[in-house]
Every structure is written in C-alpha cells, then in structure tokens.
Design a binder for this molecule. Structure first.
Ligand code: SAM
Length: 189
C-alpha cells in the first residue's frame, strides 16, 4: 500500500482541527488519485462537496506536477470551504461556494466527477450524469447497502445504485470495498 502523501496528511490535520468528520477515507482517496492521474491533458475534474479539502488533496496528489487539468470543487458551507482554502490551491483549482445542484448546469462537462455531496448524488444525480463528458468517469462512494438500516436511507442508496447500474449511457462497475464504490463511465452510445 502506498503511504498517505504529506499534502493529504496536512489536509487531514486541517479537518481534524475543526472536527470535520466527513472527509474521504484513504481508500476513496487513493482511488480518486488514480482516476485523476488518468484524466487526459486538457481535462477537467469536478468534486461535489469539498469538505475541508481532503478529497481535493488526493486529486492534486494524483495529478502530481501536471498543470494541464482544471479542477473545480463545490462546497455549500462557507466556513468549511474556508478551511479547505487554507491549503492554498494553485490557479487551476477553483473552489465554488454554493449549492452543487444549482451550480451544476453552469459548470460545463468533466472527465472525472467525484459526487461526494448530498446534492448531485442523493438528489440531482441526473445533473451530475449530464455533466459527464463522453468517456467521463463518475465516482461515488457510500454504495454498500449493508451499512444502512433506516428505510429512507436504504431507498436513497437503492435509487442511486439502480440509476448508475442501469442507465444505458453508463458503463458501471461496483467495487465492494470500503463504503462501497461505483465507478460509472459515460459511453459514447
Ligand atoms: C462527505 S463531505 C465531502 C468530503 C470531501 N469530498 C472529501 O473527500 O474529503 C460532504 C460535503 O458536502 C457539503 N454539502 C452539503 N450540501 C451541499 C450542497 N448542496 N452543495 C455542495 N456541497 C454540499 C457538506 O457541507 C460537506 O462538506
């Protein structure tokens, strides 16, 4: 297993300092970094739900020294976004403060989307799928049904799973590890 990079360790420390409990686990982060590394030159990455910046730090780690990819990340809560901004992102990272569902139609299309906010995942998933470029990849976690007991939560997870696994525009795979991932690639059909 590759070690957690120092930039991510620093982001985790910033999250812990403000007791932010919803950061991506290393399993999700490593996946996100690997998928980010595969984004083509001139590509675009979108993260819905910046949190305090742990996922964004993994994306940056995946991109390494590259400056040919644009990263857009959206956070609803200004105080949480302010913690993320402490990382001092390069110019090719844009942090939008606002509601992901409201912003999504105006953000353009992306080669990789990490849907990690309630908006654009549990609601408005159609907007997220619409924002996938051809061959674009969508990553979602929290897809392991076994982790949920509340009927409302089970219904939400089932809806997202069904959409991603049956939408004819998507080629999807489940990774039954961690909180449960689905990776869905927008085909050109
Ligand atoms: C699971 S956390 C994100 C963690 C982050 N992606 C990471 O990898 O560490 C979800 C975030 O979504 C934010 N959020 C909640 N509602 C939102 C909305 N409507 N639009 C954008 N962000 C939202 C929350 O404030 C929270 O910071």
């Amino acid at each position: 297993m590759q070690p957690i990079p120092p930039s991510v360790t620093e982001a985790i420390a910033r999250a812990e300092a403000v007791a932010f409990a919803y950061s991506s686990e290393p399993e999700a982060g490593r996946l996100l970094a690997a998928l980010s590394a595969a984004v083509p030159a001139g590509g675009r990455i979108l993260e819905l739900g910046t949190g305090t910046g742990v996922g964004t730090a993994w994306i940056r780690h995946g991109l390494g020294e590259r400056t040919d990819v644009e990263v857009v990340t959206v956070e609803f809560d200004p105080a949480t976004a302010a913690v993320a901004a402490e990382a001092g992102w390069p110019a090719w990272v844009t942090l939008h403060i606002g509601d992901a569902e409201e912003l999504l139609p105006g953000l353009g299309t992306f080669d990789l989307i990490f849907a990690d906010a309630p908006a654009g995942k549990w609601t408005g998933l159609d907007l997220t799928i619409a924002a996938l470029a051809p061959r674009g990849v969508l990553l979602v976690d929290d897809m392991d049904l076994g982790r949920y007991t509340e009927p409302e939560q089970v219904a939400s997870v089932e809806t997202v799973r069904r959409t991603l696994l049956t939408d004819s525009r998507l080629v999807a795979a489940e990774l039954p590890t961690g909180s449960g991932f689905i990776i869905a690639c927008r085909s050109e059909r």
